[in-house]
Design a protein around this ligand. Structure first.
Ligand SMILES: CC(C)(COP(=O)(O)OP(=O)(O)OC[C@H]1O[C@@H](n2cnc3c(N)ncnc32)[C@H](O)[C@@H]1OP(=O)(O)O)[C@@H](O)C(=O)NCCC(=O)NCCS
Length: 189
């Protein structure tokens, strides 16, 4: 369990540790809705997807919670399986760039979100490094909207490199980049 100090009454300290994400799925989706921008219909769709993912025996989740148990950030992921929807969508793109082997022995970061008020305090970095430190796989992959966002900056600083760009997911309006990094993730300094 990691603790991150607060910056005064408006940014209280948070604890980072394992959470029962299935039990807290509505709280987590409320965080994602604010951080990433999800409408009510998308939340309902995501709810089913998250609960199905969490059925995977090796799925893991961590949360960032305040002293009064409010969830302000979370991450979850699982070992990649070639038959999973995400993997089948990205596979042809990775094949085209000669990086399809990244789909094997890889831990997928499925979601990572921090409430805006709590961002840029190291919570996202701690969530993703802590979860990947506990997995057996030698590498990690993920997809992020293909723009110059804080998320892309964070992933690059952790050692994630672009494996494919302009990846189109059915029903997603924006193209994504698929990124991969060796584990353990790179530390600062
Ligand atoms: C991506 C996200 C989870 C990062 O969480 P966070 O708690 O703000 O991350 P950290 O404070 O650990 O920031 C780590 C790095 O992110 C980058 N970063 C964070 N905020 C940034 C900002 N406003 N502008 C530019 N870079 C920023 C920096 O590289 C920072 O590195 P530093 O620690 O050396 O300064 C958060 O920005 C978020 O929830 N974004 C919206 C949802 C989203 O895009 N999720 C990812 C989906 S793929």
């Amino acid at each position: 369990m990691a603790a991150l100090p607060g910056g005064g009454p408006r940014t209280p300290s948070v604890r980072i540790g394992p959470i029962d994400l299935a039990a807290r799925v509505d709280e987590a989706l409320a965080v994602q809705a604010v951080a990433f921008g999800l409408g009510p219909e998308e939340i309902e769709v995501r709810r089913h997807i998250v609960l199905r993912h969490l059925d995977h025996p090796c799925a893991r989740a961590l949360g960032a919670t305040t002293a009064d148990e409010r969830l302000v950030g979370f991450v979850y992921g699982m070992p990649n399986e070639r038959g999973q929807w995400w993997s089948t969508v990205v596979e042809p793109y990775l094949r085209a760039t000669g990086s399809v082997h990244w789909l094997d022995d890889s831990f997928v970061i499925t979601e990572l979100h921090v409430l805006p008020h709590y961002q840029n305090r190291g919570i996202g970095r701690t969530l993703i490094t802590t979860i990947t430190d506990t997995v057996d796989q030698p590498r990690s992959i993920l997809s992020a909207i293909d723009t110059d966002s804080p998320a892309r900056g964070l992933y690059r600083s952790l050692g994630y490199q672009d494996l494919a760009r302009q990846v189109l997911f059915p029903s997603a309006p924006m193209p994504y980049a698929v990124m991969g990094a060796p584990l353990p993730l790179r530390r600062r300094g």
